[in-house]
Design a protein around this ligand. Structure first.
Ligand SMILES: *[C@@H]1O[C@H](CO)[C@@H](O)[C@H](O)[C@H]1NC(C)=O
Length: 219
């Protein structure tokens, strides 16, 4: 009886102080089944937040704002083969929005010559063809996917064309992959986030449900 009353009071306090709400915002939210198909053997961590593979960046602790200035995440492929070399690609297919991805793909990071032994441990060291650029989805553009792919390089010399190097947006990733016959990825993952000013909607994000018009060009 006493216990039950105490529990009730505690619950009431939690509701009144907004603790419940805060916990909801911080709760782990997995991607939809459709978006989860990309989660194949690759682990992605931002040290302050932890693993983001296959999840939506939570709308608490300013994570959605902080992620726009954090340095590159740890990307780990435990099944990487010692002695092999790999290419890592990070792209946003939803630039400027998932509804109208006119600038697909936005190239956030491109590293070649990564040694299997390093990739296994999450140490991304190699030839950085595009320096890491943090996710910075424009306001009112909905949730963006940030996708990571790892390809077996097999001794090829990987480079960007000068035209590709000039800009990150509208990258013809398929052409790049074909040019070096990189084929299917060995592993992949993705996470989602949206502009931190658009936050606090608890409904599940959907592709195509966002406002398409805005001027900023970053992904
Ligand atoms: C262009 O190439 C340089 C040197 O490899 C690289 O640091 C830079 O990030 C590249 N720029 C883009 C937009 O990919």
């Amino acid at each position: 009886m006493r216990l039950a009353t105490a529990a009730l009071l505690l619950g009431l306090v939690a509701v009144l102080t907004g603790d419940e709400n805060k916990n909801d915002l911080c709760a782990h939210r997995a991607l939809s089944d459709e978006d989860a198909v990309l989660c194949q053997g690759l682990e992605v961590f931002y040290p302050e937040l932890g693993s983001v593979g296959c999840m939506i960046v939570p709308d608490c602790n300013d994570y959605r704002q902080k992620i726009t200035s954090w340095t590159e995440p740890i990307v780990k492929f435990p099944q990487a083969v010692d002695g092999a070399t790999y290419v890592l690609v990070m792209v946003d297919p939803d630039a400027p929005s998932r509804a109208e991805p006119r600038q697909r793909f936005w190239r956030h990071w491109l590293v070649a010559d990564i040694k299997g032994a390093d990739l296994k441990k999450g140490k991304i060291q190699g030839q950085e063809l595009s320096a890491y650029q943090p996710p910075s989805p424009p306001a009112h553009s909905g949730f963006h996917r940030y996708q990571f792919f790892v390809y077996l390089q097999e001794g090829k010399v990987i480079s960007l064309l000068p035209k590709e190097n000039k800009t990150r947006g509208s990258w013809k990733m398929d052409r790049f992959l074909n040019r070096f016959r990189l084929g299917e990825p060995e592993a992949s993952s993705q996470f989602m986030t949206q502009n931190y000013q658009d936050s606090s909607t608890l409904q599940a994000p959907r592709g195509g449900a966002s406002e398409p018009k805005h001027k900023r060009k970053r992904g």
